[in-house]
Design a protein around this ligand. Sequence first.
Ligand SMILES: Cc1cc2nc3c(=O)[nH]c(=O)nc-3n(C[C@H](O)[C@H](O)[C@H](O)COP(=O)(O)OP(=O)(O)OC[C@H]3O[C@@H](n4cnc5c(N)ncnc54)[C@H](O)[C@@H]3O)c2cc1C
Length: 478
Amino acid sequence: MDRSQSTPLSKHRTRRQALGLAISAALALLTGCASLTGSTDRRSGGAARGIADERVLIVGAGIAGLAAARALLQQGIPVQVLEARTRIGGRIWTDTSLGTPLDLGASWIHGSAGNPLTQLAREHGITTVRSDIEDAYLYETSGRELSDARYAETDAIVEAIFVRLYELQETATTDASVADALTTILGDYQLEDALRRAVDWSLVSSINIATGADPTDLSLQHWETDAAFAGDELLFPGGYGQLIQVLARDVPIQRDCVVSAIAYEGEGVRLTTSQGTWEGSRALVTVPLGVLQAGTITFTPALPTGHQQAQRRLAMGTLNKIALQFDRVFWPEDAHSLGVLQRERTRLLEYWSMLPVTGAPILVAMAGGQYARELEALTPEAAADHTLRDLRSIAGGRVPTPVGVLPTRWSADPFARGSYSHVPPRASLQDYASLAAPVGSRLFFAGEATSPNYPATVHGALLSGRRAADDIINRVGS
Ligand SMILES: Cc1cc2nc3c(=O)[nH]c(=O)nc-3n(C[C@H](O)[C@H](O)[C@H](O)COP(=O)(O)OP(=O)(O)OC[C@H]3O[C@@H](n4cnc5c(N)ncnc54)[C@H](O)[C@@H]3O)c2cc1C
């Protein structure tokens, strides 16, 4: 997720094998399962008994599903991934239709130190670059950039607001929202209009855009209490999708295959899909929380109360992007992020420049929460129009017409139904653990919303896939 900095104008902070023979062996087991029944001596790893009877059906070819598939194949356990879309990667989506790689879903590795994604990228020779999340270029609507003194003043105020937020968090009841706390805190400040706008922009960047949720929808008690990796924030000049490609290598994936029902009451599992019925020994469900909440997949028997309650309590937020391609650069070439201090308090955009990342003259506007949902209801042209008021300020009045526009619509996407999860008032991080719990020995869950430590992130999703695979491997071996 795009996690905010705990410091003011800095954003997206903590907001963060070769498989070779093992895969070939697993594929052989998958294709020639019957002939290998009972032949345990050819298998690798610790999953010795019962392996020939195994076939794990994995719902979803996002990073959680693919990480699980690889871990299982590595142990010689056959898998079949069923993916609703014609593309793989889910909320990792590198688009090239503007002639250059653009991440329309996840962009950042949040925290490079000890992060399994950094290791994966390094192992496969995938280039990452450091993203300068500390400095945003901020403009008044007149087109004037903030003075150094104003930047410093804004920083100091926003930092003090965050310190107060954390203090109030210590004593918060479960019912309090981040908005409740902000109302209390901001009541103590009498800010002149220009300074107030700078503070508002920083808060929207750090809260609404980072979490995809408005402060009214965020539990104060659980806000930013998840774990995070230290180190740099990294971007992929060639796109996050490169990680998906290496994870998907040699994994059997059925695309365009929408799962609508999962029956797990008998000896195995039976999945009803848009491409017929699939049978297996176990199912691993990695679809987003929003898809589970929508009830488009029915479970027989129904999921236990703990799962159902956690699904109801947690929520999906929305972060949308509008990529704008220009024929020339009109913003500072060294800028990583930019913003314009409009009068409205919440309908604010933050722009990330692709120039330092790929050299492309592209700005990616980002909006979070309710404003993001409003934007996705518009046509691409109308959505781009929303950026013009800002771009005029940045461009000194003359705005070049974008030569390409690419908006995302994550809330309307039937296979995502939002961008990533968050904890609303009255919910808790424990709800993520409830969603991760297996049901009996046949039904397992993974995905970002099953990670109590790192929800809403790519690394959380990756680790959840590996956790679910380990659980299955242990049961197969026992
Ligand atoms: C705009 C945006 C920006 C983000 N930025 C960042 C970031 O910078 N850094 C970061 O760490 N995280 C970021 N995230 C979050 C990150 O992308 C996700 O947490 C992570 O990719 C989730 O992976 P997953 O495998 O859990 O789910 P998904 O990637 O959603 O995979 C689930 C898969 O299930 C499939 N599916 C759904 N329904 C069905 C069905 N009925 N049948 C079959 N298949 C189905 C979906 O198509 C999908 O492929 C961002 C997300 C978005 C949307």
